[in-house]
Ligand binder design. Structure first.
Ligand code: ARG
Length: 460
């Protein structure tokens, strides 16, 4: 079938099913913009080194401008017979400008072309994701700064542990997201090298200027080794690993939002516009957005495993296996962007129910550790203090009384070291204020932490 761009050595046409089975144009046309940018950079370089004339370069520019327009307005005729985005665009270029179109592929292969396209596409996606992640962090930190005095129960084992302030909890989320941002930027830096010039696998006989194409496309430098350049997709795997961790963090946040929005916790009100109702139960307001984000971790983790499995056992250099890298990568990009957008809009708009949070912190003997620390201050060894307070809590459980509500005489029955100043220690405010060191939940520490966190984000 000589109608193929590679048809010269073939004596029969491609099987119809095989044609569809091996084609990627349905999903890789998403990289059309990057494919054109890469082709233009390559053509300009060929002109610099004298392989193309200035007028040929102009023709290529004009043809590509028209193709871009056709793709944008939807009139471009994508064809499965032309297999992928690269050959669709090249064939159309030749249709438009004739013989010069056939010169574009000089000193190039689809192997370095596709490796370049994916990097460019992922780099743009990383920049969008970085911006949305930053927006989410800004919203989270702002809400934290406004809630340095909002007391809530802190949990271990999902059991009331010690009082914390809501801002402290929000800044814990921000720390996870801050590390995710760092991982994203590490990934961007490692992927930002230009494979163009590796050609099929060994390089090319033309006097190419790899530094020029790299610079034109905004890469930091050309890649070092031609075999590696066209074969590895570790940058896509690295991105998917970043995404799996980010989505894991967002899933943990989702879980807390879902719990907190329940009537049983009743800690927050999610805005109606982020929730949906039930078709049968009129009273329902369901936290669909966090539930869906929690659910989407499944596909993101799956995509990571798909790419790892795709890459393992591939001999150098390019193998068609790598065509399978695109759908998991694109799906991961879309899922992460959508989840971040929903969160960045929703988190700043949620309303903490401060009275309910405070009331929950008051229950469950959350200041028992403070009482033990108080007794240590009076000279008891910590283990003995722990035992004394445990007995007092046991009494509280049996009688339905909180520590702060017990008469002094009752408390003194557990330890004669207890005096009237104990009640300051048993208050929620006293409890959080006492944890006044770097990383602690004291309101002044949390306020300072929020400022530092915001300064980091603003410095990006
Ligand atoms: N569609 C192919 C891919 O996604 C482009 C590279 C094809 N190269 C080749 N030698 N068949 O990987």
């Amino acid at each position: 079938d000589t109608s193929k761009l590679w048809g010269g050595r073939f004596s029969e046409p491609t099987d119809q099913f095989v044609q569809r089975f091996t084609a990627s144009v349905e999903f890789d046309q998403r990289m059309a913009r990057e494919d054109i940018l890469g082709s233009l950079a390559h053509a300009e370089m060929l002109c610099t080194v004298g392989v193309l004339s200035a007028s040929e370069l102009t023709q290529i520019h004009d043809g590509m401008a028209q193709i871009s327009q056709e793709i944008t307005d939807g009139s471009f005729q994508w064809s499965v017979e032309l297999e992928d985005v690269h050959m669709n665009i090249e064939a159309r270029l030749t249709q438009l400008i004739g013989i010069t179109g056939k010169k574009l592929h000089t000193g190039r292969s689809r192997n370095d072309q596709v490796a370049t396209d994916i990097r460019l596409h992922l780099r743009s996606a990383i920049d969008l994701i970085g911006a949305e992640l930053t927006r989410l962090q800004q919203g989270t930190i702002t809400l934290a700064a406004a809630n340095c005095n909002t007391i809530m129960p802190g949990f271990t084992h999902l059991q009331t542990a010690q009082p914390v302030v809501f801002g402290h909890h929000l800044l814990a989320w921000n720390e996870m997201l801050e590390r995710d941002y760092g991982r994203l930027m590490d990934c961007r830096e490692r992927l930002n090298q230009c494979p163009l010039g590796a050609a099929a696998l060994a390089g090319t006989t033309y006097p190419i200027e790899r530094a020029q194409t790299a610079a034109t496309l905004g890469f930091d430098r050309p890649t070092e080794n031609s075999l590696d350049s066209v074969s590895d997709r570790d940058f896509a795997i690295e991105f998917c690993a970043f995404a799996a961790l980010l989505m894991t963090h967002m899933s943990r946040i989702s879980e807390e939002l879902v719990l907190w929005a329940s009537a049983q916790f009743n800690f927050i009100e999610l805005p109606d516009r982020f929730c949906t109702g039930s078709s049968i139960m009129p009273q329902k307001k369901n936290p669909d957005v966090p539930e869906l984000v929690r659910g989407k971790v499944g596909r993101v983790n799956g995509n990571l495993i798909a790419l790892l499995t795709l890459m393992k056992s591939q001999p150098l250099a390019y193998n068609k296996d790598n065509q399978e890298d695109k759908e998991p990568l694109f799906d991961t990009i879309d899922t992460v962007l959508g989840s971040l957008r929903a969160f960045a809009d929703m988190i700043p708009a949620m309303r903490p129910k401060t009275e309910q949070m405070r009331e929950a912190a008051r229950r469950g003997f959350s200041t028992a550790t403070d009482l033990a620390d108080y007794l240590v201050g009076k000279g008891l060894p910590f283990r003995d203090a722990h035992e004394v307070v445990g007995k007092a809590v046991g009494h509280g459980v049996a009688t339905g009384t909180d520590l702060a509500d017990m008469p002094l005489a009752t408390l003194q029955g557990f330890s004669s070291d207890i005096t009237a100043d104990v009640f300051e220690v048993l208050t929620l405010e006293g409890s959080v204020a006492a944890r006044n060191h770097l990383g602690g939940t004291a309101p002044q520490q949390v306020a300072a932490a929020a400022e530092r966190a915001m300064a980091l984000v603003e410095a990006r």
